[in-house]
Design a protein around this ligand. Sequence first.
Ligand SMILES: Cc1cc2nc3c(=O)[nH]c(=O)nc-3n(C[C@H](O)[C@H](O)[C@H](O)COP(=O)(O)OP(=O)(O)OC[C@H]3O[C@@H](n4cnc5c(N)ncnc54)[C@H](O)[C@@H]3O)c2cc1C
Length: 403
Amino acid sequence: MNKSNYDIAVIGAGIIGLATAMQLTIKFPLLKIAVLDKETVTAEHQTGHNSGVIHAGIYYKPGSAKASFCYTGNQELRKFCDENSVPYKMCGKLVIAVNKHEIPMLEELHKRGTANGVEGLQIIGKDELREKEPNAAGLKAIWSPNTGIIDYKKVTESYADIFTKNEGDLHLNSKVKAITRENKMVVLETENKTIKSKYVINCAGLHADQIAKLMGHDSGIRIVPFRGEYYSIDKDRKNMINGLIYPVPDPSMPFLGVHFTTRIDGTVEAGPNAVLAFAREGYSKFAFNLKDAFNTVSFPGFWKMSAKHWKTGFEEQYRSINKNSFLKSLQYLVPDIKMSDLTEPGSGVRAQAVDMAGNLLQDFSIIEADKAIHVLSAPSPGATSSLTIGRHIVDLAQKNFEL
Ligand SMILES: Cc1cc2nc3c(=O)[nH]c(=O)nc-3n(C[C@H](O)[C@H](O)[C@H](O)COP(=O)(O)OP(=O)(O)OC[C@H]3O[C@@H](n4cnc5c(N)ncnc54)[C@H](O)[C@@H]3O)c2cc1C
């Protein structure tokens, strides 16, 4: 086999693509595996722009893939990091009910987390809450000791190192533009080379639906990009926050609400919100890509989603353009936060999968197709769950590709 012929080609060098590729080389050392990414470095999109939280698995519906993958993923990730010297910190997290009407939902979350097997979850009252986070408001909170912080770019680099040491080929700067079939091989055309592979695993994140379509698979699911905007808390005031402070989320939405996140490098971020982006990689407020915007507005599911969630959408949009409104959401959790504390804006773009009926997919969606596996939805806690998701995909590949 020459350098451009493979058994399996993985499209996407984000955390899911590389977790999968690394585990393929461990389980099947004789197979030729390639990873292709259009960028010049790994983890350039969702993985490199996320909040860096190792989730414990509190929120997710018991029995869902998110619930089981997150619980196992949290443990597998920590073991991997211990063995491969990737720093992380189990700082714990608070989910806070500020008003009385949020307490039933807080209790429901506590039940969910406990049903998901999350260890150590406790409901704590005002006094204990203030001991942990003296500047936070709130009546009651869930304390989750098994939540932590990490740099997922470093985790992905570590997966990539093992993958390449195991003789996997990482093709960066290789955007897949067309996919055809030739005899029994799938042919991936990139700007500068042609790669042939017996099988393909699509981990293209924000472009996963487009790659699936290039392979002739259309499940009706589309990626609608949502930008999450955040600010850094001024370095002289970041000590107001000790760890991770979250609100009680809206159960109908897949997002967790604006929160405070201490990063592994010691900085503190406030956000992210969730606003519709008019470009799949639209990191700035004014980013616009005609093709991406057309894809979104020509999708019937987008209009059905908008009809269902127009009020939340409007509120999020308003909070995006009005910094005062953003500040108010933060002051709900930490009243002493001031406008001057909010510095250095940043953002990430979430690949939100939406179906034809306008439903926001809440769970992971990994689909088997002819000579391919497509990861059509890998939302948060996808990074926490990366090793478990990767193992699940390797098991599907073993069965589906008859390895
Ligand atoms: C704002 C935000 C906050 C989050 N916070 C957390 C968190 O705290 N904890 C957590 O567990 N999860 C979090 N998540 C979720 C987590 O980041 C994702 O689940 C995870 O990064 C998905 O990884 P991925 O590999 O599927 O996608 P990506 O990281 O987006 O990787 C996809 C890759 O595919 C490549 N690609 C796309 N098209 C092509 C093409 N045509 N040819 C070649 N390459 C292509 C892209 O360049 C990219 O590198 C967050 C996500 C966001 C956006």
